[in-house]
Design a protein around this ligand. Structure first.
Ligand SMILES: *Cc1c(COP(=O)(O)O)cnc(C)c1O
Length: 377
């Protein structure tokens, strides 16, 4: 079996988790604080606020901006469904914008037609690690804040800097499907210290003093609950794993880019398939290596997935389109032709550290024969 993704986890992570357990401090504490500092530094942000997932990071970021009923937040439908759901958690309305066919991301051109006087924010996704062109989005959005769903984008770059550097608010995921994992987990990064302080309170019930600080104070500190918050905390066990994972990031990205380069070489000889590549404005970590089938390719995407699965190869449908899911049935949206094309005509190929050159040759060989519509032996 060739899985589509495998997390890079070793004895170092196991030992770090065990050490956190042995210390007796397993909830949010010193390791979370250390992970926040290390992660923020790596992505070039002033502050990191660790949370329980990217989904809760997105919710908290939108909530902190004051997003509520009557507000609209522009999001791509072409994303994991959590992007749009986070807007609904606030009682606001997700407004779907189409994406660029080459990057799969929102652009100034796709966003402009759906901005309105009720637009509270634009939530751009760095889809599958592909950096979105945030500078041009910001220019198109004027005063409207542009938030970043960077769930997949640890280690990607934008304009020569890490994705996250200079972001107003960026939300990250440490689910095992992404490059770095803490089992479950997320982070919000920002350069705004006041906002970071408020996000830290909001993730912990709105408490004026964190449990860890209260414990460390040595004297009796009585906390206050300043506003209605949430329990979106990360544990110190997770953060201990995250600290080790972070030391692997550069190596993981380098290896993924090598594997992607080999896929490109192999796929160059196959007509009708277009693989994702670096955009002009940055570099991708290839969290998702997706391939788009040209219109004239005679096989259906799902038939390709079935064919690969029969060979023990776990490819995936392309990125989903939220507006096509039952949860968004009846939700009004403008025409989203590119989203629908990418979502129905693309597939994600296996890419992980244990994938061999022979695996890649076999995968592309199967695809090549299938799209040429000759019988696969
Ligand atoms: C994975 C993902 C999320 C959700 O991340 P979780 O940590 O699983 O909550 C949100 N947005 C995008 C674009 C994702 O890929």
């Amino acid at each position: 079996m060739i899985p589509v993704m495998r997390p890079v986890l070793g004895d170092e992570e196991a030992e770090a988790a065990a050490e956190a357990v042995r210390s007796g401090w397993v909830a949010q504490g010193p390791r979370v604080a250390a992970f926040e500092r290390a992660f923020a530094e790596r992505v070039g942000a002033g502050h990191g606020v660790a949370v329980s997932s990217c989904t809760t990071a997105l919710h908290l970021a939108l909530h902190a901006l004051g997003t509520g009923p009557g507000d609209e937040v522009v999001v791509p439908s072409f994303s994991f469904i959590a992007t749009a759901n986070a807007v609904r958690y606030c009682g606001a309305t997700p407004v779907f914008a189409d994406v660029d066919e080459v990057t799969g991301n929102l652009t100034a051109e796709t966003v402009a037609p759906v901005l309105s006087s009720r637009t509270k924010a634009v939530l751009a996704v760095h889809q599958g690690g592909m950096p979105a062109d945030i500078a041009s989005l910001r220019e198109a959005c004027g005063e409207i804040p542009v938030l970043e769903d960077a769930a997949c984008a640890a280690g990607s770059t934008l304009g020569g800097r890490p994705v996250g550097a200079g972001a107003l608010l960026a939300a990250w995921s440490f689910h095992p499907r992404k490059l770095l994992t803490t089992g479950e987990g997320g982070m919000i990064t920002t350069d705004d210290g006041d906002l970071a302080a408020r996000l830290r309170r909001l993730r912990e019930h709105g408490m004026s003093v964190s449990a860890a600080d209260r414990h460390a104070a040595g004297t009796a500190v009585v906390e206050q609950y300043l506003e209605t918050g949430f329990n979106y905390r990360m544990t110190d066990i997770q953060a201990a794993v995250g600290l080790v994972q972070l030391t692997r990031l550069d190596g993981i990205v380098a290896q993924r880019r090598e594997l992607a380069a080999r896929y490109h070489e192999l796929l160059d000889g196959v007509p009708g398939l277009r693989a994702v590549r670096d955009p002009v404005h940055g570099t991708t970590n290839y969290q998702a290596f997706w391939v788009l089938l040209d219109n004239d390719v005679p096989v259906a995407r799902n038939d390709l997935l079935t064919l690969l699965a029969a060979e023990g190869i776990s490819a995936r449908r392309g990125i989903m389109a939220a507006h096509l899911e039952p949860a968004y049935a009846g939700h009004p949206h403008p025409p989203l032709p590119v989203t629908e094309k990418l979502s129905t005509r693309s597939l994600i190929l296996p890419l992980h550290h244990e994938l061999t050159a022979a695996d890649q040759e076999r995968i592309v060989g199967l695809l090549a024969r299938a799209v040429a519509a000759t019988p696969v032996p």
